[in-house]
Design a protein around this ligand. Sequence first.
Ligand SMILES: Nc1ncnc2c1ncn2[C@@H]1O[C@H](COP(=O)(O)OP(=O)(O)OP(=O)(O)O)[C@@H](O)[C@H]1O
Ligand SMILES: [Mg+2]
Length: 217
Amino acid sequence: MKTIVVASQKGGSGKTTLAAHLAVTIERGGGGPAVLFDLDPQATLSGWWNQRQAETPACAAAASLTALPDKLAELAEAGFAWAVIDTPPAIGATNRLAIAVADLVVIPTRASPHDLNALGSTLEIVHAESKPFVFVLNSAKPGTAIATQAAALLSEHGPVCPALIGDRVMYASSMSDGRSIAELDPTGKGATELDELFEFVKSRFPEFKKVKVKQYA
Ligand SMILES: Nc1ncnc2c1ncn2[C@@H]1O[C@H](COP(=O)(O)OP(=O)(O)OP(=O)(O)O)[C@@H](O)[C@H]1O
Ligand SMILES: [Mg+2]
């Protein structure tokens, strides 16, 4: 099982939105089963999941923070392929523990200088734990100078998902009714962006790297 931890100290950067959407994208693309964890006391992700009609992705909870590694091991044993963990907008024990169990940390950020400046403390923990990570520009407007500059700046610090997650009002409605925007509009650009995000996430794991096959005449 691969464990993705969505983390950023910055409030409102899109952690919960991306955690929910990533897990649904995994399931829709046949890469599941996926299981979500909501480590944020705000419980936004759990609220979304409780509204959800579909059976998948699953949502689990550990009895305590220190029980998280054992719970993940149990779910791996049960056959889950991916765990996606949402974290609070803080730097504290919860985030440190979550990052410590990550196979990959996904750091969403908006493109504003204010948001970019706030990434330092999250990166410090990720580096201290020697964890692989990626940046995802969220709520962005592709082709704008601010998005292009933000992507360039982020790329000096680590890998940036080539697909920007667009600023779409549908995200708000999807989060209030337990669905993903790909379920509301399966052929929309937003669904494509999420598929590209998952492809990029997968590409960070050597076992998913595309290997060119030899062609025989
Ligand atoms: N790509 C997007 N387009 C439009 N709205 C978005 C997008 N991503 C997130 N939002 C909206 O921004 C707000 C914050 O998103 P979200 O709750 O996912 O952030 P968060 O990082 O989890 O916040 P917190 O730090 O409080 O946990 C929500 O209202 C959400 O609907
Ligand atoms: Mg959140």
